[in-house]
Design a protein around this ligand. Structure first.
Ligand SMILES: *[C@@H]1O[C@H](CO)[C@@H](O)[C@H](O)[C@H]1NC(C)=O
Length: 346
């Protein structure tokens, strides 16, 4: 009898041990797969030194400008996020003051734009309006990625501004072009890290209509999507399938950000592109493509790594959208286009 209970005790001890091990193993697998989604590449931050000094906001003595108020300001929009990042709207900043702070820093701003396939038709007016409105008086270096370098238009640029053409292979699917953007931006940053302070990655099928300047600078910069900035979480078009690394649970999400405009310091955008590319490719190996490709992965990234500056939809409006009263100025806006005419596949 005693031997039997001892045996039973030993057996139950063994079972407990086995169950414990099993639990440990499944838990560590879970943690690993979660980490994959939000992984911070080991060499993302450590090997670089920032040239950016947005912590020291030095302004000239005796600069004349309207006294700011802390009790009067815009009341129709929110100009700060719950993690205390500014949300940039017309009327929340003084452009003269902003320029007087950032111009002496001699910052260099890189821009990437993809003009692949028929999208080359948008490049000329993009570049011409950019010259008029985007970081006027600053060092701006535009990198045009195209499969048709001969068709890149000649656009006269002011001193301190330049354009470089980078050749990319043509692609039959626009989803593929979109997917490779992250990789191409990542590689560009690795090659030009010491030449620029900030980078913005912009859609080519859009025009500038108003100032886009140094008020938009920040470590990690996201633009509120014009189509969803008033909507509740359940209406935001995040990736909803848990199998994807861009997955957002129903109770997740701050805002829905644009894939058509984002930026920040070179270090931060490098980490973003590297992570999104990794997750996109890992998804692809498992046969899954997120609902809005890179935009879905970008939104997942920005949920975990909160942007330090959020730009209002003034910074990427859509020409076909009705202008809402809180939109006092449109700075950059997507042009109306017929997808069937310009995409290699729909
Ligand atoms: C400002 O930056 C540009 C490159 O972006 C450089 O060529 C120039 O020498 C710099 N000027 C000063 C005064 O540091």
């Amino acid at each position: 009898m005693e031997r039997l209970t001892r045996r039973a005790a030993a057996a139950s001890l063994l079972l407990t041990l086995l169950l414990g091990m099993l639990y440990y193993i499944t838990q560590s697998i879970r943690v690993e797969s979660l980490e994959e989604v939000t992984k911070i590449p080991a060499d993302g931050r450590s090997d670089t030194h920032s040239r950016v000094s947005d912590v020291r906001l030095t302004s000239p003595d005796h600069l004349q400008y309207k006294q700011p108020s802390v009790v009067h300001g815009r009341t129709d929009v929110v100009s700060v996020t719950p993690w205390l990042a500014p949300v940039v709207w017309e009327g929340t900043f003084n452009p003269v003051l902003i320029d007087s702070i950032y111009k002496p820093q001699n910052v260099s701003v890189a821009v990437t734009v993809f003009a692949v396939g028929k999208y080359i038709m948008f490049l000329k007016s993009f570049l011409e309006t950019m010259e008029q409105y985007f970081f006027v008086g600053f060092n701006v270096h535009v990198y045009v990625f195209t499969d048709q370098p001969k068709d890149v238009p000649e656009v006269r640029v002011a001193a301190g501004r330049q354009l470089t053409v980078r050749l990319v292979p043509s692609s039959k699917r626009w989803q593929e072009i979109s997917a490779r953007r992250m990789e191409l931006i990542q590689v560009l940053i690795e090659e030009t890290l010491h030449h620029h302070d900030y980078i913005f990655c912009l859609d080519v099928d859009a025009l500038f209509h108003g100032r886009w300047g140094a008020e938009s600078l920040g470590g990690l910069v996201a633009v509120l999507h014009p189509g969803y900035y008033k909507d509740g979480r359940s209406r935001l078009p995040f990736e909803r399938r848990p199998q994807s690394r861009a997955y957002m649970a129903p109770e997740d999400g701050d805002f829905y950000y644009c894939g058509g405009a984002f930026g920040g310091s070179l270090q931060e955008v490098h980490l973003l592109t590297k992570t999104c590319r990794y997750n996109f490719e890992a998804d692809a190996r498992e046969g899954i493509e997120a609902a809005w490709q890179e935009e879905s992965h970008l939104n997942r990234y920005m949920w975990i790594h909160k942007p330090s500056k959020v730009l209002s939809p003034e910074y990427l409006w859509q020409d076909f959208a009705r202008r809402n009263p809180e939109i006092r100025i449109i700075r950059f806006s997507g042009i109306v286009k017929n997808y069937a005419d310009i995409r290699p596949n729909v």
